[in-house]
Design a protein around this ligand. Structure first.
Ligand code: SF4
Length: 256
């Protein structure tokens, strides 16, 4: 029986993998990581250390494009409603790897979602069929994210730095097209150069497509209109009170 953990580089998939290793051993355990090529450098440090800590075999694969290259090829900039990046670089790509290397009749796929996200498990199970999908963190003992981070520290693992820096996930270097204004404000504050890179990528693609499209939306005045990362940065700098700090959004890359 093969056990494949979708190993994202976050603390949830590490904790899920620990439970699988405790229950099933590590002889047939694979930790499958799909690299979007714009990950935070500290994700790679954590990924290696977490895999060593769990045991099993780390399988590190990459489709070959990053999210911006996918958007250009698809002629579509991802947003909170549609995420071609995670669909192509994560879900479809990881699925293809499974189809080519494993057999659904003797393989279980494990996701790092926890009990606070259990509604996503039903969606994931139907999307991953005929693969059997389980989410070990939706089973008792139920742990909070803080407890998982503490467990990692107790094992001598330094948690990924993005959590400490205030990001809710450790994907795509703190960037995410499904994120909201509060999330992008944090990216601007913590990684201004990284924000600038994404801003320039978005500007370039807007010009290439010749359309007023963007990741973020401006909902002021009861109307919804595109708001580029450039416009948003200027707004943060000139009218910080008008930013929706509570709009975080976020990513469930391999799951949703
Ligand atoms: S984290 Fe966000 S930007 Fe990165 S692949 Fe997932 S949905 Fe796309």
């Amino acid at each position: 029986m093969k056990h494949i953990v979708m190993f994202s580089g976050g603390v949830g998939s590490w904790a899920a993998a620990k439970r699988v290793a405790a229950n099933c051993g590590t002889d047939e355990l694979l930790l499958l990581f799909g690299d979007t090529l714009i990950e935070d450098e500290d994700l790679y440090r954590f990924l290696r250390e977490a895999a060593d800590n769990v045991g099993g075999k780390l399988v590190w694969i990459a489709e070959g494009r990053n999210p911006w290259e996918v958007f250009r090829d698809e002629r579509f900039i991802g947003n909170s409603m549609a995420d071609p990046c995670s669909k192509i670089l994560k879900r479809n790509f990881l699925r293809r790897w499974l189809d080519e290397h494993c057999d659904p009749s003797d393989t279980t796929v494990y996701l790092g979602i926890d009990w606070t996200e259990i509604h996503r498990l039903d969606r994931a199970a139907s999307r991953w069929a005929p693969w059997t999908v389980e989410a070990p963190l939706c089973e008792p003992p139920l742990r909070t994210k803080e407890e998982l981070l503490q467990l990692a520290s107790d094992e001598g693992l330094q948690p990924p730095r993005l959590y400490e820096l205030g990001f809710p996930h450790n994907n795509c270097g703190g960037f995410c097209v499904k994120a909201g204004q509060g999330h992008f404000k944090r990216l601007l504050e913590v990684f201004p150069e990284r924000y600038r890179m994404h801003e320039e990528k978005e500007e370039g693609l807007r010009a290439h497509l010749g359309r007023d499209v963007s990741i973020l939306k401006d909902r002021r005045g009861g109307h919804t209109s595109p708001m580029s990362l450039r416009e948003f940065r200027k707004r943060v700098q000139s009218e910080p009170w008008s930013v929706d700090e509570l709009e975080w959004g976020g990513c469930g890359c391999a799951v949703d």
